[in-house]
Design a protein around this ligand. Structure first.
Ligand code: UD1
Length: 415
């Protein structure tokens, strides 16, 4: 998918089925290297990032197959503990294989991830946490090489509740000798899903989803059958599409308890939402009202919600300030919204958005997954046609995006 063409669309109406969470399944796939044998992962979205992670697992010797949202992974006894440059470069989340590889095989060679469109993406806290468990690292020719005879449980206090560092530490600690306590851990629902997966494998993890996680190490783990939680970021995308285009939707399988802050903020903007027996029900107001938003670690407003919320604020009554606290450089999509007539001024990590009555379709570019999705949802409320180039970014994280939007009344196509 290279280009998405979106025409301004009338009210949305109907039901959208929310797929499995990208940010959960990628980490569950990394966790499969912790045990030999056949894993079955269900509710897996059909997205590029899952294919990239499958390629990485294959490069390490696993057999991977995928059909009808079910992914099977056969982990061999002799996993090759190496993540090559091409795959880490294509998907930064692959850094989470580092902890599990060292835990099970005592060594890992993983390409150093570079920066991306959000700016610098360091991994120093991942390495610090793994060092606490006894791993040693050196970097050569762009690769991080890690070693450990047997990891030992330790107290790890994270400087910041980094999602990636918490995941790497957790997946290493499950096979360490003794008890590990991770303080100031990330609390995202995807982390709780990873802990549930690990516990099913025979690990002993307590407290995931809170800021203190306690792990009692076990000598070996076994493969499992697991269902991925629904994607709160995909659900957020359809909620903002609705906020902008108007109408009424049921998001099947969406979990309102994973999106409290988002639903509060959209509620302040005038969107009505409520829990529904099948997921979440939502109905859009005639006009949105502006609010201020700050991205923060969970349960705050996720950094991934910000482009979507800024798109909605672009057509709200009044002015709102969006403060990006997680990735300071994550405002490139603002230039694209401005090309569509949005009135946004960015200073440092703040954006001041003065709502305009309506955006106008224009040729624009998707810089990353959420930026691309935000432009598409903005285009639903714009006059005329918007042509989004580099749309492959959107396919990295959205399962059948064009089809799902079309089914609820949006007017768009892709090539
Ligand atoms: C982040 C988001 C996550 C989102 C994902 C994909 C947060 C807290 N995390 O997860 O919700 O789904 O991006 O877009 O919102 N950092 C360091 N050193 C490290 C690790 C991180 O300085 O070793 C910094 C990062 O530069 C960033 C912050 O910590 O400013 C949060 O990073 P982290 O949570 O690790 O990022 P992801 O795991 O990619």
């Amino acid at each position: 998918m290279e280009r998405i063409r979106v025409r301004g669309s009338g009210p949305l109406d109907g039901r959208v089925k929310i797929s499995g969470a990208k940010n959960s399944v990628l980490k569950l796939m990394a966790a499969t290297v912790l045990a030999e044998g056949r894993f079955t992962i269900r509710n897996v979205p059909d997205i590029t990032d899952v294919r990239l992670m499958a390629d990485l697992l294959r490069a390490m010797g696993s057999e991977v197959s995928y059909a009808d949202a079910v992914l099977t992974v056969d982990t061999p006894a002799d996993t090759v503990p190496e993540a090559p440059y091409e795959l880490v470069e294509a998907m930064r989340a692959s850094i989470v294989v580092l902890g599990p590889l060292i835990a099970r095989l005592g060594r890992a060679r993983v390409s150093m991830p570079g920066g991306d469109d959000f700016g610098q993406r360091p991994i120093d806290w991942h390495l610090d946490a793994l060092r606490r468990l006894g791993a040693e690292f050196h970097t050569e020719h762009g690769y991080i090489e890690g070693r450990a005879d047997r990891l030992r449980g330790a107290r790890i206090v994270l400087e910041f509740p980094s999602v990636g560092a918490t995941e790497n530490a957790l997946m290493a600690a499950v096979l360490a000798e003794g008890t590990t306590v991770i303080e100031n851990a990330a609390k995202e629902p995807e982390l709780a899903d990873l802990a549930a997966f690990l516990n099913r494998m025979g690990a002993s993890v307590l407290g995931a989803g809170s800021s203190t996680i306690t792990i009692d190490g076990v000598p070996t783990l076994h493969p499992v059958d697991h269902q991925v939680i629904p994607d709160r970021l995909e659900a957020a995308t359809y909620l903002t599409a609705l906020a902008i285009a108007g109408g009424e939707l049921v998001l099947e399988d969406a979990r309102p308890e994973h999106m409290d802050m988002l639903m509060q903020k959209l509620g302040d903007m005038g969107l009505r939402t409520s829990a529904h027996p099948d997921g979440v029900w939502a109905s859009a107001p005639e006009r949105l009202r502006a609010v201020d938003i700050n991205s923060l670690p969970y349960p705050g407003v996720a950094t991934d919600y910000m482009p979507l919320m800024v798109a909605a604020l672009s057509v709200a009554d009044g002015a709102g300030i969006a403060t990006e606290n997680i990735f300071g450089g994550r405002f490139r999509y603002v230039d694209e919204l401005s090309r569509m007539g949005a009135d946004i001024r960015v200073e440092y990590h703040y954006a001041l958005i003065r709502g305009v009555p309506r955006l106008s379709g224009a040729p624009v570019r998707a810089h990353d997954i959420r930026a691309g999705a935000a432009i598409v949802v903005a285009a639903l409320g714009a006059d005329g046609e918007t042509v989004v180039s580099d749309a492959h970014h959107v396919a990295r994280g959205y399962d059948r995006f064009v089809e799902k939007l079309t089914a609820i009344g949006a007017d768009l196509d892709a090539d």
